[in-house]
Write a protein that binds this ligand. Sequence first.
Ligand SMILES: [Zn+2]
Length: 297
Amino acid sequence: MLLTVFPDARSVLLLKPERAAGAGYRPVFTIPSVDDLRAAGVEIPEHLWGFADRGGEAVSGTFVNASLLDHVLATSGQRENVRRGGDGHGAGLVLVGRREAADLMDVDDYWHMNRAFHLADWDRRTRFCGACAAPMERSDGEIAKVCPSCGAVSYPQIAPAVIMAVVRNGHLLMAHNRRHPGQMYSVLAGFVEAGETLEHAVSREVHEEAGILIRDIRYFSSQPWPFPNSLMVAFTAEYAGGELRGDDDEIDDLGWFSPADLPAQIPSSYSVARRLIEWFVSEYGTGDDLQRVLEAD
Ligand SMILES: [Zn+2]
């Protein structure tokens, strides 16, 4: 069994195998086995949420209190086996940020880890019934909890969000969000509100954040986005009218970018935001433009 430990909502404890070092060095992080964690002194809680096979191995996720983890590691004589950050050399357990882990892990491992996070986070937030406050119990045969007092059932919550590539005369609408550090520009995105269709959410977000109207909204792709519990649904759309006007609360710069002149910093390659940008360049740019965006960090 493989176990993903989240000392907090931002980082994950992973194993860095010895084989990662060597020619063409690139750090490789995997989900550790229960035995790996026990050997490093990490106490394994009884209560885990697991899910079905990952090439024959079940994957579970759990939160271990960060200070408890530190204490256990300090008293186990294994502390030197655990490091924070992904830049050290050699084998051992390391704490890395969940977003940072995307660039360090096998892509299948990464999404299994995130699914484990989604379930563990839901587990942590639904210890008591939301209707009558009795302690919840696990349901047999499905990933759910049931209230033994009033019968209410809780399934893992999934919050849909929309993300969209809006194109005008071969240029892509991209923005810099105030919450994002550095100069990373991306396409617009936002949560779906109660009572909305996905298409309405796309139109509303573009109008709220950029002040323009759009048409030809088309489904593109989707991606689980467990930060902490979203499903990102991606669309493409065409500009239909209005002047660009960024929402001051969220956006501090936005504009239309050509395939040959994209911002220097764009979202990581594991994200559906990046796939929308690559789609735009493949549709409206040259082969050289596409090569450049595929090779970008
Ligand atoms: Zn209840």
